[in-house]
Design a protein around this ligand. Structure first.
Ligand code: PAF
Length: 288
């Protein structure tokens, strides 16, 4: 496995490879876990060569304390990537990625960034779009792999590729879960034992919401989820939304009637954000 810290040396190495082989790309912010490794495994199956980037992108953090507290497990990350037989790792500095101006570009994502995570984390998706576009331009991958845990991010990256005319195929990878159902996240390592024990309640609630949505309307389902969290002693619901998978627009809840036709014509997902103490966890599941 080869490590690169500059764009110039990385591009030198990729130049000849790109002539005859396909390149699969997994962008990360480090603190790698099984979820990231499942992206690498998928990339290994799809492309001839796999490159992983590790860069904690400052412009996608809406709170400075989150950037400061972002876990860094560099040596462990490298060992894990070596075990997966990853071919290249790109670990640039902020200066390499942003020169002297650490600022996000403003994108028009056709409203995909105005709801859920975008509404709760101002500027987050402009930061993600900026760095992913820059990384795609540097790496020029044939395929790029994104986890469905950040489903909204995945849809926004697809929109970025479409709008910017980028020549890369985006491959979604299913959510990788702990045995008890908790979606893998770098933030899980920061949960205290008490919160870690309770955190699977998030996925359990999503699964019950799916059952309820199968026989009820969206309003009833949302009310049920909100009531379930009100009763929970320590987890705090930030939002639960039922949204169209493609547009991310919330299901119309004005009609109280059983929305069977709406549900059968379109694919809806349940999206959730929960505070476990100071740690914010997100998850989602298909409701069809
Ligand atoms: O999902 C992430 O880890 C980040 O948002 C990404 C895509 C690596 C961009 O910094």
């Amino acid at each position: 496995m080869q490590l690169f810290t500059t764009i110039k040396t990385l591009q030198e190495a990729l130049k000849n490879i790109a002539l005859t082989q396909t390149i699969g790309f997994v962008p990360t912010m480090g603190a790698l876990h099984e979820g990231h490794l499942s992206l690498v495994k998928n990339a290994k199956k799809t492309a001839d060569k796999v490159i992983v980037s590790i860069f904690v992108n400052p412009t996608q953090f809406d709170k400075e304390e989150d950037l400061i507290n972002y876990p860094s497990t560099f040596q462990k990350d490298i060992t894990l990537l070596q075990k997966e037989a990853c071919d290249f790792v790109f670990i640039p500095s902020a200066k390499e990625m942003y020169s002297d101006s650490i600022k996000a570009q403003e994108f028009d994502f056709d409203g995909l960034d105005k709801v859920m995570e975008g509404a709760h984390r101002k500027g987050h998706f402009n930061g993600v779009g900026t760095i992913v576009k820059r990384l795609f331009n540097i790496v020029q991958p044939d395929f790029a792999f994104f986890g469905e845990k950040d489903f909204q991010q995945l849809q926004i990256i697809k929109k970025l590729v479409e709008k910017e005319g980028l020549n890369v195929k985006i491959i979604p990878v299913p959510i990788y879960r702990e045995k008890d159902g908790l979606a893998m996240s770098s933030r899980n390592a920061r949960l205290t034992d008490v919160y870690r024990k309770e955190a699977p309640f998030i996925y359990q609630t999503l699964q019950k919401a799916k059952t309820i949505f199968g026989i009820n309307n969206a309003v009833k389902t949302i009310e049920w989820v909100e009531a379930a969290f009100k009763k929970h002693p320590i987890l705090e619901l930030e939002y639960f939304s039922i949204a169209n998978e493609a547009t991310l627009l919330p299901i119309p809840t004005s009609s109280k009637k059983y929305t069977k036709e709406i549900k059968s014509n379109q694919k809806y997902r349940g999206f959730i954000a929960v505070f476990a103490g100071d740690i914010r966890l997100i998850d989602n599941t298909a409701l069809y």
